[in-house]
Design a protein around this ligand. Structure first.
Ligand code: SAM
Length: 329
């Protein structure tokens, strides 16, 4: 067993009891703080209970949502080259692993991988989705961690010993963090690595805003249900008095900030009561529920450099809609 204590850029990964991500007090605290802002803001991490995770899996299959298909195709095509870069005996740590649908593409090509540690806030969903991976890779040590990767969390003490720890962070999850927070998060991930490790990062690229807006506002309304699930969770878990149907879904491209913004827009005047406080909304007033930053080639380089990494290799699709970066220190 190795020493899994590391402190880097203010983020500590220590041997400690597993962090229970489904923390109602934390949810209530964040909701109260977020609703008090102008405009009101709620963190996208609260989309993901078991229902939200299932809705996200449906989004990944939608015709408009090019992200998953494109990144999967990059991994499929470039997995041998990626495996060459990563080297043998790798322990893959995947923050925000969701249903662990992408890692198999890599594992098939890695030389003697040491193990896989998915780290996910939506614990029920994580555990429900590991059986396919265990079936496909019966000899691979898999150590799931239910935790919020934006706060200090611990890796299990029985995690395999290796000198190559690689953080695999696909799905454009980095896009949910504003630039400074994205840099801080990646700096924090450095604390999980060792001298031969690195970070394999999936980044969504800037493109025609019509394609971007459609990807976050599908015709079947699945993304709308996913967005409103945040209000459903507030009602069911925090006892909030809120009518989720009283808010409509909106996805907007903000060119200046290079991001898609997801909003919940009030249909008429109404209130949300939660935690003993009342928040009034006028007609058309919105709550920001997610930012999804899209990167230019220069933006990706800047992000890597500011977080203390260099881009050692990168793979993209032919249209350059999505990139997978291999970042080393
Ligand atoms: C955009 S999805 C990507 C899922 C998967 N990695 C993929 O590439 O398809 C983001 C995932 O990260 C998880 N997640 C979001 N915020 C999180 C946090 N703060 N801590 C742990 N997991 C988080 C969500 O539950 C979800 O499964």
């Amino acid at each position: 067993m190795g020493d899994h204590t590391a402190m880097q850029a203010g983020v500590e990964y220590a041997e400690a009891p597993i962090n229970h991500a489904e923390d109602t007090q934390g949810f209530l605290h964040d909701v109260l703080e977020g609703l008090a802002q102008s405009p009101a803001m709620l963190s996208p991490k609260y989309f993901y209970d078991a229902t939200g995770s299932r809705l996200f899996d449906r989004i990944c299959k939608l015709p408009e949502y090019y992200l998953t298909r494109t990144e999967m195709a990059i991994l499929e095509r470039s997995a041998p080259a990626i495996a060459d870069q990563l080297g043998p005996g790798v322990l893959l740590i995947e923050p925000g692993s969701g249903s662990c649908a992408k890692v198999g593409r890599l594992l098939r090509h890695l030389c003697a991988p040491a193990g896989y540690a998915p780290v996910e806030i939506s614990g029920e969903h994580l555990h429900a989705n590991l059986s396919h991976l265990r079936g496909a890779f019966p000899d691979l040590p898999i150590t799931p961690v239910c935790a919020d990767f934006t706060t200090p969390f611990s890796l299990p003490s029985d995690i395999p010993e290796t000198r190559r720890r690689v953080v695999f962070f696909p799905g454009s999850t980095i896009g949910n963090f504003p630039p400074e927070a994205a840099v801080d998060l990646l700096r924090g991930f450095r604390g999980l690595l060792d001298d031969r490790g690195g970070l394999l990062l999936g980044v969504d690229r800037r493109k025609d805003p019509r394609i971007l807006e459609a990807a976050y506002d599908d015709a079947a309304g699945v993304t709308a249900a996913f967005n409103r699930n945040l209000l459903v969770r507030m009602r069911d878990e925090l006892g909030a008095e809120v009518n989720p149907a009283g808010f409509r879904h909106r996805a907007l491209w903000n060119d200046e900030c290079s991001r898609i913004e997801m909003h919940l827009v009030s249909r008429g005047r109404q209130t949300i009561r939660v935690g003993g406080r009342t928040h009034g909304f006028h007609d058309d007033e919105h709550i920001v529920t997610e930012y999804s930053y899209k990167y230019s080639a220069e933006g990706m380089q800047r992000l890597a450099a500011q977080a203390g990494f260099r881009v050692s290799a990168q793979w993209s699709d032919d249209r350059e809609w999505f990139s997978v970066l291999w970042l080393t220190t």
